[in-house]
Write a protein that binds this ligand. Structure first.
Ligand SMILES: NC(=O)c1ccc[n+]([C@@H]2O[C@H](COP(=O)([O-])OP(=O)(O)OC[C@H]3O[C@@H](n4cnc5c(N)ncnc54)[C@H](OP(=O)(O)O)[C@@H]3O)[C@@H](O)[C@H]2O)c1
Length: 269
């Protein structure tokens, strides 16, 4: 029986190999302005350390963070110290979260400053993948802001290995993939409107990371079939999906998600 370790796959054409499940880290750094069904307490360092160790032991090598996830990046730096080469780290640019409010800046200058700050916070000299944290005006962000050009230059300089876009529209996702390496899309049992972006990625060797794979936990409230299994059957049936980033701070949920993903992928291949 294959474990998650043996199911690592290419992240599009980036040259990176990732586990089919990644760990989302909103809940490691931010508890304001989030839309989860239940309240929660941000894990302390010991709990976060144990969660990361469990994720690694279970075969997860992909971790997703962002400046907009409160203290997530600055906590991950020390928490991942000594393990840099065992993780594929994804971070973002374009959204800041301060005093309980989001604001966006997609300028080239802010993009460079943001990546330099992420490098310091994450205690690393390269970030594997940086995504634009779109505000939903995807085409305007891509066409008018300078963010993609700045990311292309940072890639040339070796500070990031790849770049892409976390958007909200099909048009944005398609344009983002034409020029970049990866699109992060919402795709779950409740919301599949961005499927054409997955289709494009599959036929052009580009990477897809799925966000909100469990609809931010809302699918877990449905009675009947195991909602994790039903979600993963949908996601992993699509050949464009490289990995689903699932945010959990519950070790039992993490173990269940990994076992379910591995079983679903084994059955589908
Ligand atoms: N780029 C963007 O714009 C963007 C936007 C949203 C999210 N993201 C990324 O995607 C990640 C995931 O998105 P998300 O956190 O919004 O939603 P999600 O992964 O769809 O759902 C996370 C929620 O599901 C719950 N959950 C996970 N496994 C479960 C299980 N086995 N049983 C019951 N409940 C379970 C978690 O609660 P427990 O902690 O109790 O397990 C958590 O509240 C984020 O952490 C972030 O890294 C990116």
């Amino acid at each position: 029986m294959k474990t998650l370790h043996e199911l690592h796959r290419p992240l599009g054409s980036t040259g990176l190999r990732v586990s089919p499940l990644g760990l989302g880290t909103v809940k490691l750094g931010r508890d304001q302005g989030v839309k989860y069904p239940n309240g929660f307490t941000i894990p302390d360092d010991r709990e976060a350390q144990m969660l990361l160790k469990l994720a690694r032991d279970l075969g997860i090598n992909l971790i997703d963070t962002a400046p907009a996830y409160g203290t997530s990046e600055e906590r991950l730096g020390p928490l991942l110290r000594g393990q840099r080469h065992e993780w594929v780290i994804v971070s973002k640019v374009g959204e800041e979260f301060e005093g309980g409010q989001s604001r966006h800046d997609f300028s080239a200058e802010h993009t460079r400053l943001s990546v330099e700050r992420s490098l310091k916070r994450l205690e690393t000299d390269f970030i594997d993948l940086v995504l634009v944290h779109s505000d939903g005006n995807d085409l305007a962000v891509l066409n008018d802001s300078g963010v993609y050009q700045a990311l292309a230059e940072l890639k040339q300089q070796g500070k990031i290995r790849g770049y892409g876009f976390s958007g909200k529209t099909v048009e944005g996702g398609l344009l983002a993939l034409r020029e970049g390496d990866c699109a992060m899309v919402t795709y779950n049992l409740n919301e599949q409107s961005e499927k054409p972006v997955l289709d494009y990625a599959a036929s052009h060797g580009k990477a897809i990371l799925v966000k909100k794979a469990l609809a931010s936990g809302h699918v877990c409230l449905s009675p009947g079939v195991d909602p994790i299994q039903a979600s993963f059957e949908l996601l992993f049936a699509h050949p464009g999906v490289a990995s689903a980033i699932v945010g959990t701070i519950n070790p039992l949920h993490l173990a269940h998600n990994v076992a379910t993903a591995a079983a679903v992928i084994r059955r589908q291949t």
